[in-house]
Design a protein around this ligand. Structure first.
Ligand code: ADP
Length: 375
């Protein structure tokens, strides 16, 4: 087993900076998810760890060893890519055993490991079959198994489930969590799928344009996103992010008293615990953030603040209804609320909603960074 670390790593392809100054520590035995849109640099980061590319600057460590000059085959890592190729003329069992045979592992050991992994991945009954006789999902499991059957210090996954249909993807995700638990190995898993990241990751490394935006446990990123990008990326529907004006009751630059935010024609009172932190933005523009799950149809808590909005659309999702609303006086921004599955309202009507502003966020519109609340 081994930790993996990158220290000030950059990777340039000509003028393209695929990675810029990335520092990241993956602990021994940890499952770290690299999350980010296409082009964020996730694959490049995995390829640098694997040694398939060398960094333009910086250092890569596996355990205590700096591995910049260590060949890929000597790093003892297993990699699973999105596009996998099984040997069509070999059986499933032979496909699983292939890497071990190449490394000249003893026959009995090969057999034992293949059986164990085949059992874990529910492939026992397919060991004698050719890949062409398997479904896409089973083939993907064989590809996973081929990596898992080895005994590397760490596993790297590059969107390994992207080609599967939704149900199988959910099943395999659960399998991977179990595998991680039973193998206890360091795993780095790259994906653009935020649901996968939230459910799989012990920690998430959120990336964009070759840079690390935030690293933390899934709920840490969900509750305390450091900037607008992370706030908008981690849930669906994402956090509502609307422009606002921060002000005192009389619109002055007073240093005390209540603080408000105004968005469109709506004025909301900033919860008292947050006023010291947010007062630095008094008389300035900011971005107001509130998750759709913190917007309610009923005033169940006396602290929630009422606003009247216009119903733009209702998405019936079965377990819940998502209301897409327009805030009066605020054109061009949707405001979403995750409401009960029985919620109904006519499109175009005005409806009252209740905001739990204890969960609010404020962002600086120039830097897009969150304004820390705990001053
Ligand atoms: P991700 O895996 O997050 O989609 P990648 O690591 O594949 O991102 O790519 C990061 C950036 O580096 C992209 O802009 C991509 O076009 C560029 N890039 C990746 N590999 C190469 C390459 N071999 N040659 C040139 N540019 C590349």
């Amino acid at each position: 087993m081994a930790s993996i670390a990158l220290q000030d790593v950059s990777k340039n392809y000509g003028k393209v900076a695929a990675l810029a100054d990335v520092t990241l520590q993956v602990d021994d035995g940890e499952l770290m998810v690299l999350l980010g849109p296409s082009g964020a640099g996730k694959s490049t980061l995995l390829r640098l760890i694997a040694g398939l590319e060398s960094p333009s600057a910086g250092e890569v460590f596996i355990g205590d060893q700096m591995v910049n000059d260590v060949a890929p085959k000597d790093r003892n890592l297993a990699i699973v890519f999105q596009s996998y190729a099984l040997y069509p003329h070999l059986s499933v069992g032979e496909n699983l055993a292939f890497g071990l045979r190449m490394h000249k592992a003893p026959r009995a050991e090969i057999e034992q490991r293949v059986r164990r992994i085949a059992g874990m991945l529910d492939l026992d009954q397919h060991l004698g079959r050719r890949p062409s006789a398997l479904t896409g999902g089973e083939q993907q499991r064989v590809a996973l198994g081929r990596a898992l059957v080895r005994d590397p210090v760490a596993y790297l996954f590059d969107e390994p489930l992207a080609n599967l249909d939704a149900q199988l993807r959910n099943e395999m995700r659960l399998e991977l969590v179990k595998l991680h638990r039973s193998l206890g190995r360091t795993m780095v898993y790259a994906t653009h799928d935020q649901v996968a990241a939230m459910t799989l990751g012990e920690r998430i490394c959120m990336m964009r344009k070759g840079r690390v935006e935030q690293v933390g446990m899934p709920l840490e990123l969900y509750r305390n996103p450091v900037n607008v990008f992370v706030a908008g990326a981690l849930a669906h529907p994402a956090m509502n992010l609307v422009p606002c004006h921060v002000m005192t009751a009389d619109g002055t630059k007073r240093e005390d008293g209540a603080l408000f935010i105004e968005t469109g024609h709506v004025r909301l009172r900033v919860p008292t615990p947050y006023t010291p932190a947010y007062r630095t933005y008094n008389a300035q523009e900011a971005i107001f953030g509130l998750r759709p799950e913190d917007v309610h149809a009923e005033p169940s808590d006396p602290g929630w603040q009422a606003i009247d909005v216009e119903v733009v659309a209702l998405e019936t999702r079965g377990a819940e209804t998502v209301l897409i609303a327009a805030i009066p006086g605020l054109a061009g921004f949707d405001f979403a609320a995750r409401l009960g599955r029985h919620y109904r309202a006519p499109i175009g009507s005005m409806q009252r909603l209740y905001l739990d502003l204890a969960e609010m966020h404020l962002f600086d519109p120039r830097t897009t960074m969150a304004v820390p609340r705990d001053i």
